[in-house]
Design a protein around this ligand. Structure first.
Ligand code: NAD
Length: 253
């Protein structure tokens, strides 16, 4: 398919894990990629990996839950790389606890990064997409959206992102913008390593136990999610919008 639009993508939380793999994949797909994370210095490792493969990338430090930082980051991306037409809302945190022990701060922080962060980023980027009459937004949900013990805050945020996705798809469709959601299952990353550590389980034992419950009999890798993002942002996926795809190695969480 002929490429007719600006090829600038923003990936949030892209210093490591799923975000880093996604940024690298989009660079291989021909996008100039803005690698946003809390610290610009941390984002530089992903930028270097992209540049080592001959791609173009920019490290930007921003907290996605802070409106002023988001607006400044998106303006910088537009000035230095060009108008962004792809946005991957990937930045995320966990603050797990059973409901009777969950602090208000843990609730607010998780909502702040996942929901407020995705809202602020989308609000800032959509104007470039509308101007270009082309855009692709992908929001990172989770199988936890279906319910997960100890994650009342996180599962609420991840379910909320599914509603956010569907409403954006309705509002932005007429401007050539599609909005979809990926809900990963168990993916090997620093986030899941931290969970194993918190519950006092040896990492290899933890991964093996999780893999044993997954129909394809392995843990997910960040690249499994990056591959799905690559499909959603392709020009050929222009009639796919408002969808949630569970990338979990099987049909259930
Ligand atoms: N790993 C999994 O099993 C899994 C499963 C389902 C969904 N997810 C989701 O996928 C996304 C990526 O997860 P991951 O496993 O790669 O996590 P990770 O912890 O390895 O990476 C998350 C990145 O987000 C960044 N980040 C956190 N808060 C931020 C903020 N306020 N502003 C900017 N950047 C911020 C972190 O610095 C980090 O680099 C998250 O949204 C997560 O909830 C992960």
């Amino acid at each position: 398919m002929t490429q007719t639009t600006a090829r600038v993508a923003i990936v949030t939380g892209a210093a490591r894990g799923i975000g880093a793999a996604t940024a690298q994949r989009l660079a291989r797909d021909g996008f100039a990629v803005a690698v946003i994370d809390l610290e610009e210095s941390a984002a530089k490792a992903t930028v270097r990996a992209i540049e080592d493969e001959g791609g173009r990338a920019l490290a930007v430090g921003a907290d996605v839950s802070d409106a002023a930082q988001v607006d400044a980051a998106v303006t910088r991306v537009a000035e230095e790389l060009g108008p962004p037409t792809v946005l991957i809302n990937n930045a995320g945190i966990t603050r797990d606890n059973l409901i009777f022990k969950m602090a208000e701060q843990d609730w607010d922080m998780v909502m702040g990064v996942h929901l407020r962060g995705s809202f602020l980023m989308t609000r800032a980027v959509q104007k470039y997409m509308v101007e270009q009459r082309f855009g692709r937004i992908v929001n990172l949900s989770s199988t936890s959206a279906l319910g997960n013990r100890g994650q009342a805050n996180y599962s609420t945020a991840k379910a909320g992102l599914q509603g956010f996705t569907k409403t954006l798809a309705i509002e932005l469709g007429k401007f050539g913008v599609t909005v979809n959601c990926i809900a990963p299952g168990f993916i090997v990353s620093d986030m899941t390593r931290a969970t194993a550590e918190r519950i006092g389980e040896d990492w290899d034992t933890y991964v093996a136990a999780r893999a044993a419950q997954i129909p394809v009999a392995r843990a997910g890798q960040p690249e499994d999610i990056a591959n799905t993002v690559s499909f959603f942002v392709s020009e050929g996926a222009g009639f796919v919008s408002g969808q949630v795809i569970y990338v979990a190695g099987g049909p259930k969480a």
